[in-house]
Design a protein around this ligand. Structure first.
Ligand code: SF4
Length: 436
C-alpha cells in the first residue's frame, strides 16, 4: 500500500487484517491496483460480527426469492453484499421495476456526474409500476435532470470557496464539514454534492487529503465540532472509520464529532454490532440521518436506529423538501411521528438546493412554511424540525418560520397561535423593540 506512511506515527493504519473491507471502496481509498486486490482481505472477515441479525420481513423475503433466488438470507443481510451488488445499470433495474421510457432514457443518457446506484434492499422498497412514487423518484433518474434553469449552480452553497484544504468546508467559526468520501451506497437524485461524484481524480477518500484535513483541524483551536460527511461516511470500513475517529479524538479542542449519513435508510444492514461497539468508544458522537419519506421507515431501518440509540448515540434527522415526494403536511407528519418512534429526533427540513436539473424537485418556500405551520402546535414539539434555506452564495443555513408575531399595540406584542387566534403578551418594557 503506497500510502501507509501517510498515517503519520500516531498509529499504524488498519492494514490487511481489517475485519470489514469493501473491495470497491477500499480500492478507491488506498489506491489498490484493482478492487480484486482487496478480495483476499474480504475473505478474512468474521461473519458473525458483520451480520445484521434480523428476521426476514415477508416483503424482503418475497423480493429476495423473486429477484435473487441464489442469495441466502445471510448474504442478503450482509452489508458488503448489498453494497457490492448495488444496482447501477438499466437492465438490472428494468428487471426489478417496470421502467418508464423517461426513466430508461435518463439511465441510458446520463446528464451529469451523479451516478445511479440503488442497494437491492432499497430497490425492494420501490414501487414496481408507479414512476411517480416517492422513493422511486428520489433514486431513479428522469430526463428532467437535463433541464437546467435559472439560478441553478453546480456548487450552489459555494462550499468550494470555503474550503481551505481539500475535503474541509469551514464556513462557521467553531465547526467544519469534513468530506471523508465521495461514495454512497445509493445516490439521491437531488444531492447537493452531486458535483463531487464524477470527479474521481479529486477523490476525497485519499489518505494524503485526510492527513491535510486533520492537520487543518488540529491547527485551528476554534474548531470544536467536526461533521463527517461526503458521500456517506458509513460506506467506509469500520477500521478506516475508527482510525479517523481516533485521530479526531486526539485533537484536544474537538469536543464533538457528528456523522451525516443515509445508510440507516438505504443500507440498514451496515449497522452491525461491530460498527456500533466501535462507534460508542468515541462519544460524544452524534448522528444525523437523512430520511425522505415514511416508506423508508421499515422494520430494518427501525432495528438499525434502535441499535444506534441503544449505544447512546443521539440521532437527529435531516430531510430535503421535495415536490410531489414529501411536500404535504400529512406525509411530513407521518415521517416525523415515525422517526420519533424509532428514537430519531427530527432536526432539519431543508429547502431543496438549486443544483443543475433540480427544478422538478424544488417547491416554493411557502410550501415549507405551510408544513411547519401544519406541524407546530398540532403535534409534539419534538416532531417539528427546523425549516432552513441553505443560502445560495455561501450564506449558511437560514431558519424560516411562519409569522407568529404579527404586530404590536399599546397592550403589547400581538401573537398568533397555531389555530390562528390572536393573543397579546404584555411586552411593555421601555426598551421593547418592534419585532419586525
Ligand atoms: S446519501 Fe447524501 S451524499 Fe449520498 S447521494 Fe444522497 S444526499 Fe448525496
Amino acid at each position: 500500500m503506497e500510502n501507509e506512511s501517510l498515517f503519520g506515527d500516531d498509529a499504524e493504519p488498519p492494514g490487511p487484517s481489517a475485519e470489514i473491507v469493501m473491495a470497491q471502496n477500499e480500492a478507491a481509498t488506498f489506491r489498490l491496483s484493482s478492487p480484486a486486490d482487496a478480495l483476499p482481505v474480504l475473505a478474512k472477515a468474521k461473519p458473525e460480527r458483520l451480520y445484521f441479525p434480523f428476521k426476514d420481513s415477508p416483503r424482503a423475503k418475497a423480493f429476495r426469492k423473486k429477484h435473487y433466488p441464489d442469495i441466502s438470507r445471510i448474504e442478503w443481510f450482509d452489508w458488503r453484499w448489498q453494497f457490492q451488488n448495488a444496482i447501477r445499470d438499466v437492465e438490472t433495474l428494468g428487471s426489478i421495476i417496470r421502467l418508464s421510457d423517461n426513466e430508461r432514457q435518463a439511465m441510458m443518457h446520463p446528464s451529469g456526474d451523479l451516478p445511479v446506484a440503488i442497494t437491492p434492499y432499497y430497490a425492494s422498497l420501490l414501487s414496481v409500476d408507479n414512476p411517480s412514487s416517492p422513493l422511486r423518484r428520489s433514486v431513479v433518474p428522469v430526463v428532467d435532470e437535463c433541464l437546467h434553469t435559472k439560478g441553478e449552480e453546480e456548487d450552489p452553497l459555494c462550499e468550494d470557496a470555503d474550503s481551505p484544504v481539500p475535503g474541509i468546508v469551514h464556513r462557521y467559526p467553531d465547526r467544519v464539514l469534513f468530506l471523508v468520501t465521495d461514495i454512497c451506497s445509493t445516490y439521491c437524485r437531488y444531492c447537493t454534492r452531486s458535483r463531487i461524484f464524477g470527479r474521481r481524480h479529486q477523490c476525497f477518500i485519499d489518505l494524503e487529503k485526510w492527513e491535510k484535513a486533520l492537520a487543518y483541524i488540529a491547527s485551528n483551536p476554534n474548531i470544536r465540532d467536526v461533521l463527517l460527511s461526503g458521500g456517506d461516511p458509513l460506506t467506509l470500513s469500520d477500521d478506516r472509520l475508527e482510525w479517523l475517529l481516533s485521530r479526531l479524538k486526539k485533537i484536544q479542542h474537538v469536543e464533538l464529532i457528528r456523522i451525516g449519513t443515509k445508510v440507516p435508510a438505504v443500507l440498514p444492514q451496515r449497522i452491525t454490532p461491530a460498527l456500533v461497539s466501535m462507534l460508542k468508544k468515541h462519544h460524544p458522537l452524534w448522528m444525523s440521518i437523512h430520511v425522505t419519506h415514511p416508506d423508508e421507515l421499515t422494520p430494518e431501518m427501525s432495528a438499525a436506529c434502535i441499535r444506534l440509540a441503544d449505544a447512546g448515540i443521539p440521532l437527529g434527522s435531516q430531510s430535503v423538501l421535495l415536490s410531489g415526494i414529501n411536500d404535504s403536511v400529512a406525509t411530513m407528519t407521518r415521517l416525523m411521528h415515525g422517526l420519533l418512534q424509532i428514537r430519531v429526533r427530527p432536526y432539519y427540513l431543508y429547502q431543496c438546493d438549486p443544483i443543475p436539473g433540480s427544478s422538478h424537485f424544488r417547491t416554493p418556500v411557502g410550501k415549507g412554511l405551510e408544513i411547519i405551520q401544519g406541524l407546530r402546535g398540532h403535534t409534539s414539539g419534538y416532531a417539528v424540525p427546523a425549516y432552513v434555506v441553505d443560502a445560495p452564495g455561501g450564506g449558511g443555513k437560514i431558519p424560516l418560520l411562519p409569522e407568529y408575531a404579527v404586530g404590536r399595540d399599546e397592550d403589547g406584542l400581538i401573537l398568533r397561535n397555531y389555530e390562528g387566534h390572536i393573543f397579546r403578551y404584555p411586552d411593555n418594557h421601555a426598551d421593547a423593540k418592534d419585532i419586525h
